[in-house]
Ligand binder design. Sequence first.
Ligand code: GN1
Ligand code: MG
Length: 360
Amino acid sequence: MILLDICSKFKIDTPQIISVKPYGSGHIHDTFKVITRGKCDYLLQKINSKIFSNIPALQSNIENVINYIKAEDQDSANALEMINSISGKSFFLDENGDYWRIFVFVHKSKTYDRVITSDLAYEGGKAFGEFQKLLQKFPVEKLYETLPKFHNADYRLELFESSVKRGIRERVDRVKEEIEFVRSRAIKMKRILKLGQQNKIPLRVTHNDTKINNVLFDENDKAICVIDLDTVMPGYIHYDFGDAIRTGASSAEEDETDLDKMFIDLNLFKAYSQGFLEQTVEMLNETEINELYFAPQLLTFIIALRFLTDYLDGDVYFKTNNEEHNLQRWFAQRKLLLSMENNEGKMKQVVEHIVKKLTK
Ligand code: GN1
Ligand code: MG
């Protein structure tokens, strides 16, 4: 089925369409921008149903969250609007078994794969902080756990060890030192999970994919809201804070090949933390706050581990540009993690200082 035919299955004015072209840098779905002569443009997505095996559940989560947000914050809800299919569903299943959905494209909005200025980092922190605040009382039981144990360190380490055993042999042999690196960090990375199991930190409704390119900015570089609600599920605050720092306060892109260019940028970290904590400090408990400085290490490790696991599995999960892409991502993230470890004391001080100022 051609893309235009897919569009015609949704409640949009198909004759007005000028073009449908690949768009964005997501690693999971196929995304297209639909440009029209009419009032608005759209984003068309072919949903990756190998990864999301229950699309009705996925879409129901997103609809529930959007409807909830609508009652609290109309601007954010507008920016997340989906178009129903002709039959009134938020997705369309084509004859090949592929699932599609359409969002309204927010006029003049943009995203950044990485931020360069403190102002953008601050805005990003504010947007994800607001999202947390908005969903603070959202009824968790309404959400399906579409990707169970998504950021669970135990689970990710188990999958990794099984790929070490069963993955592509030459690849496993090639990364012996990297396997040791992962194992050397395993105990430390289970800390947040333990605190959760001991009920010292609560499960919240978290976004779970707080890459900075999931914040929508307006033409004046002010954050409009956060997008990509695919992974909204119960989680710990550290998951959202940590993953955002991984891309929103790093000096290079996720897959940078020149490792000297990859490190944690403390100014961006400070600005993001300020924006995030201004929104959330009042809702967080003491243990949650005390562990924030460590969250970027955890999430950088978890995502790095997933890249390395996918490399061993033969690149079956993330989209890749070449055979080395997942390995390249691993090395860049590993370097970022080392830089965070070296700056652990400073990152701790940054958070403490901001919290002190906000709560005095
Ligand atoms: C994927 O497609 P994208 O870029 O929004 C992934 C995230 C990873 C990210 C790494 C459902 O997100 O968990 O952090 O790539 N999403 C899923 O860049 O696995
Ligand atoms: Mg995304």
